[in-house]
Design a protein around this ligand. Structure first.
Ligand code: PLP
Length: 373
């Protein structure tokens, strides 16, 4: 009897997602106290969770034996009010990660490709592969800004059905000016889906944020992605949302998991939207601490990319080794070798104390490395 492999060929090519290492994991490996570890590896909000969301989470106590609201009614109502759009434009997901996968499965296969700027968020390539497709990375400028002419040219190819653009981008922190995002949306062929990923939108100045109504009115095939994992401090609750046209929303919705947004996530996210005090405080904190971190990097002679997010990409030399040495000292950052940047690391902006701990640990590690060379 001949045994054939029932696994689809493209499935073994899906790259695993490389997450920031969890605190407990690093504590076990290096024999450290979890409470002494500083995690600056996943661009979470160092100030914690929006207090209004924490209260909403408490109220879920003893209710989670029920399924969540299948239709996300309250969350969609809160998001529609927050975005100033009708409710039929809002599609929540289990993090924007689920929405990226839904898009890939809905628009890509082995005859099609997605395109995005080089050094874009890893899930664009991963989701494209998961759909049996290929993601093509386009050039970026010398200052790390995406080259939108290159993106537009690739977006015009017959095979291209999805264009991903994150602004600001992870892991570089590079901004695509709002006017350029509008111009791209107006210039791409109609039969290509443009995905604008705004995971870090709330950290931007108003003037740098694309105009969502203008983007929606400029084209039929467009999705704007947002998340509660960053400034809202709800990474563990797994909630993101897509903004799109009702016709496209109806196509994407069945691609998601039934009950994909859990009860705690729905309630926490809806509450977090109204917590202006927390959001403003988080934005201000990030602006101050990001400058302080970058000033130190400049003085210490490290090259880094000016960032518009809550993280900084910096040249550390051998990122895998530096990451290990930092972990030994109780600091978790993100090596970015998987992005083709083996000499760089990405560090999230933490609390003032966390940033001091990182600075101290990096000084020790780079001293050792300088003397060893
Ligand atoms: N998009 C970008 C640009 C990101 O940096 C991230 C997470 O780091 C995501 C999407 C996914 O976020 P989540 O699935 O937590 O909503």
């Amino acid at each position: 009897m001949s045994m054939s492999n029932p696994i689809l060929p493209h499935v073994s090519l899906i790259p695993p997602y490389p997450p920031g290492r969890p605190i407990e994991d690093v504590a076990r490996e290096f024999g450290l106290e979890p409470s002494a570890i500083v995690k600056l590896a996943s661009n979470e909000n160092p100030l914690g969770t929006a207090p209004a969301a924490t209260e909403a989470i408490r109220q879920c106590n003893e209710k989670t034996y029920r399924y969540p609201d299948f239709h996300n009614f309250s969350l969609i109502a809160a998001l529609a009010a927050y975005c100033g759009l009708p409710e039929d434009h809002i599609l929540p997901g289990c993090g924007s990660s689920e929405l990226i996968l839904m898009i890939a499965h809905g628009f890509l296969n082995h005859e099609r490709q997605s395109v995005y700027p080089r050094y874009s968020f890893a899930s664009y390539a991963g989701a494209s592969k998961a759909a049996g497709s290929e993601g093509i990375a386009c050039d970026v400028h010398a200052d790390w800004r995406p080259d939108l002419d290159a993106l537009l040219q690739a977006g015009r190819e017959e095979r291209t059905k999805v264009v991903f653009l994150a602004t600001p981008n992870n892991p570089t922190g590079a901004l695509t000016p709002a006017a350029d995002v509008h111009a791209l949306a107006e210039a791409l062929p109609d039969d290509t889906l443009l995905v604008i990923d705004e995971a870090y939108r709330e950290y931007l100045d108003e003037a740098d944020r694309p105009d969502i109504s203008r983007l929606l009115s400029s084209r039929k095939h467009i999705v704007i992605l947002r998340t509660f994992s960053k400034i809202f401090g709800l990474a563990g609750a797994r909630v993101g949302y897509a903004i799109t046209h009702p016709e496209l929303l109806k196509v994407l919705q069945p691609m998601g998991m039934p009950f994909g947004v859990n009860m705690v996530g729905q309630q926490a996210a809806a509450a977090a939207l109204g917590d202006d005090e927390f959001i403003n405080r988080s934005r201000q904190h990030n602006a101050v601490e990001r400058v302080r971190l970058c000033d130190w990097l400049t003085k210490a002679g490290f090259e880094y990319v000016p960032s518009h997010g809550n993280f900084v990409l910096m040249k550390s030399g051998d990122g895998a080794t530096v990451s290990r040495e930092l972990m030994k000292r109780g600091v978790i950052i993100r090596p970015v070798g998987n992005y083709g940047l083996p000499d760089w690391i990405r560090v999230s902006v933490g609390t003032a104390e966390e940033n001091d701990t990182f600075i101290e640990a990096l000084s020790q590690v780079s001293n050792i490395r300088t003397h060893a060379n």
